[in-house]
Design a protein around this ligand. Structure first.
Ligand SMILES: Cc1cc2nc3c(=O)[nH]c(=O)nc-3n(C[C@H](O)[C@H](O)[C@H](O)COP(=O)(O)OP(=O)(O)OC[C@H]3O[C@@H](n4cnc5c(N)ncnc54)[C@H](O)[C@@H]3O)c2cc1C
Length: 369
């Protein structure tokens, strides 16, 4: 994990630990290292744990960790990070592209009520088991579009601000392709990724706003984007390890990549021949965030212009993005590389994109100093 991603995640985890402590519940934080299986075994034995309740694992390797637990306790999973439970989906086979998925889901959308707090068993103090984690507060870049702190309280603050207080959601459809500032898009991604917010909470915040204040194309569009999230989670789940394969889920011939290491390094550090690409990469490294417009452009540039294996780029994003999410990252990269859920292969021309989305070069000037 890059330093900003690590910091955001730890802020979120430590706030959860502090909130649970108020209820006299301890949160044991463990490092995912080669001793994990032994540590889990020790903890299950010490507390005589018979049942484990956990979120549904979205990635194959995360599922393997759950496999370790299955050998120790009975495991129950709950789907707490999606809008529609898998067995309530209105089809037996997942559509290969997004639009039919969206239309079917929208026509049948019945989002579950927000649930009560889960009933948690009160553990005694368990410090003996916790690994140590040091939270280093890296200074936030003054131009960061995502200067927020990880944690549930900050997540709700942002949700309330973006939807309620500022009403910025009313312009979302028009502003979502912008590049500078906190409010051109919701900036909820990292909170959704680490689990500080559930999409159900976001859904009801939008619906509440639509009922009480105003409903327009923009309020709808935020839900539309959440359905992309929903879709990619299912694609990743179905794709298993294929989402990490060069040929992706399409499993057909892939491009001829030349994988020039120097070109890849220039891309990573924001030193390519294109200022628009460079500005976006520099923003990512300096803040841990990049706009959706930027992500599409730098990914397309790496794959189609520099001819570097798309998975190198996806791995770089995995390290740096504070909102890194297995499904969203790998499925979006597959899409750009033409090995995912696409019907056509779109190549972005960075010069045209810059003219359109950064006509005064304000964004390029901000990051290419
Ligand atoms: C190559 C590439 C890699 C990406 N990797 C990630 C990632 O690791 N984690 C991540 O959260 N997003 C990823 N995205 C999607 C998107 O860029 C971010 O979700 C978005 O920029 C986050 O900012 P926001 O919360 O302000 O988004 P908003 O525009 O406000 O959107 C609201 C929410 O909708 C969902 N959403 C928006 N765009 C997409 C999309 N293209 N696909 C799926 N769901 C979407 C996200 O949950 C987002 O938080 C990636 C996109 C690309 C092109």
């Amino acid at each position: 994990m890059g330093k900003f991603r690590y910091q955001f995640f730890l802020e979120a985890a430590l706030e959860l630990k502090a909130n649970l402590a108020k209820e006299k519940i301890d949160l044991i934080l463990l490092k995912d290292d080669e001793n994990l299986a032994a540590k889990l075994k020790e903890i299950c034995k010490a507390y005589e744990i018979e049942h484990t309740v956990t979120s549904y694992p979205r990635g194959v390797y995360e599922g393997n960790i759950l496999g370790m637990l299955c050998e120790l306790t009975a495991v129950f999973t709950c789907e707490d990070d999606n809008l529609v439970a898998m067995d309530e989906l209105p089809f037996t086979e997942l559509p290969k592209v997004f639009t039919p998925f969206r239309k079917e889901v929208e026509a049948n959308l019945d989002v579950r009520d927000m649930t009560q707090d889960p009933l948690l068993k009160k553990f005694a103090d368990s410090h003996a088991f916790s690994d140590t984690f040091e939270l280093i507060k890296h200074p936030k870049h003054p131009n960061s579009a995502y200067p927020f702190t990880g944690g549930e309280s900050a997540a709700h603050e942002r949700l309330n601000y973006y939807i309620g207080e500022s009403k910025a959601i009313l312009e979302y459809k028009e502003t979502r392709n912008e590049l500078i500032g906190e409010n051109y898009s919701s900036k909820l991604s990292a909170y959704l990724a680490v689990g500080n917010l559930s999409p159900v909470q976001v859904y009801y915040a939008i619906k509440g706003f639509e009922n009480q204040v105003e409903k327009n194309d923009s309020t709808y569009w935020l839900l539309f984007e959440l359905l992309w999230r929903e879709y990619f989670m299912l694609v990743a789940l179905q794709g298993q390890t294929d989402i990490y394969a060069l040929k992706g889920i399409q499993n057909k011939g892939s491009k001829n990549y030349t994988n020039n290491i120097k070109k890849f390094e220039q891309w990573c550090t924001g030193n390519t021949e294109h200022p628009f690409i460079n500005a976006n990469m520099k923003e990512l490294i300096a803040t841990g965030y990049m706009s959706n417009r930027g992500r599409q452009n730098v990914a397309s540039y790496l794959v189609h212009h520099l001819k570097v294996d798309w998975r190198w780029g996806a791995t770089f994003f995995e390290k740096h993005l504070i909102d890194y999410d297995i499904s969203l990252n790998w499925c979006n990269w597959m899409y750009v590389a033409g090995v995912g859920n696409n019907t056509r292969n779109k190549v972005f021309d960075p010069t045209l994109q810059q003219e359109r989305y950064d006509p005064e070069s304000a964004y390029c000037r901000l990051w290419n100093r």
